[in-house]
Design a protein around this ligand. Structure first.
Ligand SMILES: *[C@@H]1O[C@H](CO)[C@@H](O)[C@H](O)[C@H]1NC(C)=O
Ligand SMILES: *[C@@H]1O[C@H](CO)[C@@H](O)[C@H](O)[C@H]1NC(C)=O
Ligand SMILES: *[C@@H]1O[C@H](CO)[C@@H](O)[C@H](O)[C@H]1NC(C)=O
Ligand SMILES: *[C@@H]1O[C@H](CO)[C@@H](O)[C@H](O)[C@H]1NC(C)=O
Ligand SMILES: *[C@@H]1O[C@H](CO)[C@@H](O)[C@H](O)[C@H]1NC(C)=O
Ligand SMILES: *[C@@H]1O[C@H](CO)[C@@H](O)[C@H](O)[C@H]1NC(C)=O
Ligand SMILES: *[C@@H]1O[C@H](CO)[C@@H](O)[C@H](O)[C@H]1NC(C)=O
Ligand SMILES: *[C@@H]1O[C@H](CO)[C@@H](O)[C@H](O)[C@H]1NC(C)=O
Ligand SMILES: *[C@@H]1O[C@H](CO)[C@@H](O)[C@H](O)[C@H]1NC(C)=O
Ligand SMILES: *[C@@H]1O[C@H](CO)[C@@H](O)[C@H](O)[C@H]1NC(C)=O
Length: 405
């Protein structure tokens, strides 16, 4: 339990209700600087036996008990069982005593200062827990200062515009926070304010669901040795349920297995979508044929699923290798076709280029004067005819310098 929760709970419990507001029976009291404040003696006898019995209030100062009266400070008002402060200040901290005949009561008052930007003090909050989707109800009522000039509601010190009293809505998780009612009071022509702050916590639906893991109960996963694998386990569960991987301990026997931190996403119903992965790095033979199981455990039940790693058939060409092979084969074919086409088109030029490059001409050493002999009767044909063009233009161009007419 939080340290401040115990006194706060007691504080709430011990403000006992009476017809004229609550009396203060608790020994240790905290007050907020600058606000009107009161101490009220709890009289358990129905009627004051003798009206003339004197009532006295004291403050235990460093030099001893000092009797309080309405002229001891303009901020103090005494009437019967009540001591009022308009307002209370830090230097009002200390011990106070009420005396009536043989009856006496003491309080230890601690006045706390205001933080610079805070409209409330965390030491004076009333805690409330509200279930999500249920009614969030904040009533700005004060049992002692019953007739405020007006009242305003703040959430985390931001004014809630046009808030009705009581403030009421269906709770959502974003509604969690500190709700401060500010009551404005008029006293002797001056305006004062009193605050009352609720620490509202929104919790998930308390009706627990039966937690369930996603996916089939048994999954066979084909793996390759030396590769990594991530086994996923996820569930819809209650906030207090647990999800974990079984029969496996970190770095014991299996240093290549590692459990992920896990993720939790809260749904609007206050349930959790939780997931936890088991990562197996550099898969070895020991990891095969073994069952890795994951469980979700809650009050409402337990659910388990398992994974078994199987060795993938080696004959099987893995998908990516196959694709790459296909691409390479197609590329090579395209290149070959291109080369052949170029070779066919430029075959003569290629031969000539080869000769030029090697500076070698095997026709020079074959003992023949000419490579070829073309005889053509020039005078009988028109000069622009097909035969003329072949003999005089194409042949010399293609056959090159060794051509003699
Ligand atoms: C309430 O009174 C205190 C001090 O008297 C002042 O600092 C604060 O601003 C007041 N709050 C509002 C909401 O007026
Ligand atoms: C009230 O107390 C006074 C003195 O303290 C006494 O004289 C008177 O008789 C008492 N009255 C009753 C009704 O007890
Ligand atoms: C006043 O306070 C002192 C020390 O703080 C304590 O010793 C003493 O008993 C107190 N007196 C009363 C009447 O509470
Ligand atoms: C009120 O208390 C002050 C000291 O705190 C004292 O001087 C004064 O006489 C008291 N007045 C009455 C009417 O008791
Ligand atoms: C207590 O504090 C208030 C405001 O800070 C001041 O007006 C008052 O004089 C102080 N009283 C004493 C007894 O110091
Ligand atoms: C106070 O108590 C004493 C002893 O317990 C008793 O003698 C006395 O009468 C009581 N006084 C009153 C006013 O009750
Ligand atoms: C308010 O409630 C939340 C959630 O229960 C808690 O963590 C926090 O400590 C509370 N604040 C105070 C000031 O009590
Ligand atoms: C409440 O009354 C005070 C004083 O009259 C004023 O300053 C404040 O704005 C009022 N608040 C609302 C919400 O009316
Ligand atoms: C687990 O989830 C991751 C990422 O979401 C995915 O890459 C991987 O293939 C999943 N593992 C299995 C065994 O389905
Ligand atoms: C795993 O089981 C298969 C048949 O279920 C078997 O052929 C193989 O040898 C087993 N591998 C290991 C490592 O136990």
């Amino acid at each position: 339990m939080h340290r401040t929760e115990i006194p706060l709970a007691l504080l709430v419990l011990t403000f006992l209700g009476t017809s004229e507001g609550t009396c203060t029976s608790r020994l240790h009291i905290t007050a907020f600087e600058g606000e009107p404040f009161y101490l009220k003696y709890c009289s358990f006898s129905s009627e004051r036996e003798n009206k003339t019995t004197a009532i006295k209030w004291y403050k235990n100062e460093s030099h001893g008990l000092v009797e309080l009266n309405s002229s001891s400070s303009p901020r103090i008002i005494l009437h019967d069982y009540v001591l009022e402060f308009w307002p209370i200040e830090l230097n009002d901290s200390g011990s106070y005593s009420f005396r009536m005949g043989n009856d006496t009561h003491d309080w230890k008052l601690n006045v706390v200062g205001r933080g610079k930007h805070s409209c409330f003090t965390e030491k004076l909050v009333i805690s409330k827990v509200v279930e999500v989707k249920k009614s969030l109800h904040v009533a700005c009522e004060h049992s002692y200062y019953q007739k405020p000039v007006n009242r305003t509601l703040y959430k985390d010190c931001q004014k809630i515009e046009n808030s009705k009293n009581p403030f009421s809505k269906n709770a959502e998780f974003e509604d969690q926070g500190y709700y401060t009612c500010v009551f404005f009071l008029r006293h002797n022509g001056k305006l004062f304010n009193v605050t009352k702050t609720f620490n509202i916590t929104i919790v998930g639906d308390r009706n627990n669901i039966i937690p369930v893991l996603h996916g089939p109960k048994l999954t066979h996963v084909k793996v390759e040795l030396g590769k990594d694998i991530q086994l996923n386990c996820s569930a819809l569960m209650n906030e207090k349920d647990k999800i974990y991987w079984n029969n496996w301990k970190e770095n014991e026997n299996d240093p290549n297995i590692h459990e992920e931190e896990g993720q939790r996403i809260r749904t609007s119903e206050g349930k959790l979508l939780a997931s936890k992965a088991l990562i197996i790095k550099n898969i070895n033979e020991k990891n095969l044929n073994r069952s890795y199981s994951c469980s979700v455990v809650g009050k409402e039940g337990i659910d388990t699923k398992s994974f078994i790693l199987l060795k993938k058939d080696v004959i099987d060409i893995p998908g990516h290798v196959f694709t790459r092979g296909m691409i390479v084969a197609v590329l090579i074919s395209v290149v070959i076709v291109c080369l052949v086409t170029v070779g066919v088109i430029y075959r003569v030029d290629l031969v000539l280029f080869y000769r030029h490059f090697t500076r070698r001409d095997e026709t020079l050493t074959d003992g023949k004067t000419y490579d070829a002999f073309v005889s053509y009767l020039k005078e009988c044909r028109p000069e622009n005819g097909e035969e003329h063009a072949f003999a005089v233009e194409i042949l010399p161009r293609v056959l090159g310098e060794t051509f003699w007419v």
